[in-house]
Design a protein around this ligand. Structure first.
Ligand SMILES: C[S@@+](CC[C@H](N)C(=O)[O-])C[C@H]1O[C@@H](n2cnc3c(N)ncnc32)[C@H](O)[C@@H]1O
Length: 365
């Protein structure tokens, strides 16, 4: 069923950008959206820790409500999300704990259960690990920095939802598992996700909006929902969720009561250039490889001719890694040339062998 916005109140200010809509009003009454019209809800609510969420017009969210008021405010919004969600919908609720209020995340999860959402599982979002990702060192001599947050996963109806774990899958380490557990080199990535911040969030904080999550977070969530066509973020903030839905070609809706309109526009458009990068766990490996290949390029050294299948495979792996890291320099170009020369050589001298190589090394035709 396609989504029809109820165009009841033309006075509601909104932003329409590339199939993404942001309503500049409270999500307590999402009267613009019809019942059962949304496939995925993704959000990170105000944390009620005295953070700064302020609009272009100087209005700001009261992020220091008394506890009872805060949880009942959230339940009102989760109930509205429940109303607009399809029966197969999933709800990803991101919240972290801080040293001062350990256990708050659990109470926030309970506020969603109170609005009839059924809890499925907890996904751990790791923000920084082994030198990957930015965070503000704030531990001092009393505690270590908290480098992860929850993404509580809820369903509207436990009998009607599905997930597609392979859509966000990762390759097997032991390739003999291909065929044993599945036909493709993809397996369930599990419920611990490393999604580092590529740059500090300092710039958005200065512009009045704290705590945006990385685009990779909603991107992963949306991808694991089969046939998702509509996405909603009731607490849009900078609207990272809509950047992800733009990238995935999905109709996105957000609500933001205290909008910074230019910040929102540029965040949504960031989605166009977003690409999913693979994380490895060797600190600073990308930087080191980049530096090495740039030095090699400057030295104008020749890459040796490829003479064996083993060398060919290694060079292909290196080429793939550099591709993933978006490294493009003269070293990379000569690497590609050597690989192409070897393919040409094998093909010319032994068409039969070439077929074997193509199959075995997954060269394609
Ligand atoms: C934690 S931030 C969301 C950050 C967002 N995930 C991002 O990536 O930018 C929560 C947002 O909820 C907004 N907000 C507060 N009360 C609201 C309400 N009643 N309706 C809609 N948005 C509200 C705040 O202004 C703030 O921008």
């Amino acid at each position: 069923m396609s989504l029809k916005e109820k165009n009841s109140d033309s006075s509601v200010r909104k932003l329409e950008l590339k199939n993404q809509t942001v309503f500049f009003k409270s999500a307590e009454y999402m009267s613009e959206l019809e019942d059962e019209s949304i496939d995925v809800v993704i959000t990170s609510p105000p944390y009620n820790r005295g953070k700064t969420y302020s609009s272009d017009f100087g209005e700001f969210h009261n992020d220091k409500m008394v506890d009872t008021e805060y949880y009942s405010f959230l339940t009102t919004i989760w109930s509205e999300c429940y109303r607009v969600a399809k029966s197969s919908a999933l709800f990803f609720l991101n919240i972290g704990d801080s040293a001062g209020d350990q256990g708050k995340s659990e109470k926030v999860a309970k506020s969603a259960e109170k609005a009839s959402w059924k809890r499925i599982q907890d996904i751990i979002w790791v923000k920084s690990f082994l030198g990957k990702g930015h965070y503000t060192p704030s531990g001092g001599n009393r505690r270590l920095n908290n480098l992860w947050e929850h993404i509580f996963l809820f369903a509207k109806n436990t009998k009607e939802y599905n997930i597609d774990s392979k859509a966000i899958g990762m390759p097997y380490t032991d390739k003999s598992n291909i065929g044993r557990y599945s036909d493709t080199d993809l397996r369930d990535p599990g419920n611990v996700w490393l999604i580092p911040y590529i740059k500090t969030t300092g710039a958005t904080i200065k512009k009045g909006h704290e705590a945006p999550f990385p685009i990779g977070l909603p991107y992963k969530c949306i991808k694991m929902v089969p046939n998702a066509k509509t996405v909603l973020d009731p607490f849009g903030g900078t609207c990272s969720t809509l950047a992800a839905s733009l990238k995935l070609g999905i109709r996105g809706y957000a609500y933001e009561k205290y909008p910074r309109v230019e910040v929102i526009k540029s965040r949504i458009l960031e989605g166009e250039d977003y690409y999913e990068s693979e994380e490895n766990l060797i600190p600073h490996l990308e930087l080191s490889l980049k530096l090495l290949s740039e030095m090699y390029s400057k030295m104008s050294l020749n890459i040796p001719l490829i003479k064996t299948k083993v060398a060919f495979t290694s060079f292909q792996i290196l080429n793939e890694v550099l591709n993933k890291l978006h490294i493009n320099n003269s070293f990379k170009l000569s690497l590609e040339k050597r690989i192409a020369n070897y393919k040409f050589y094998v093909e010319k001298n032994n068409p039969q062998k070439s077929k074997y190589h193509q199959k075995k090394l997954n060269l394609g035709s």
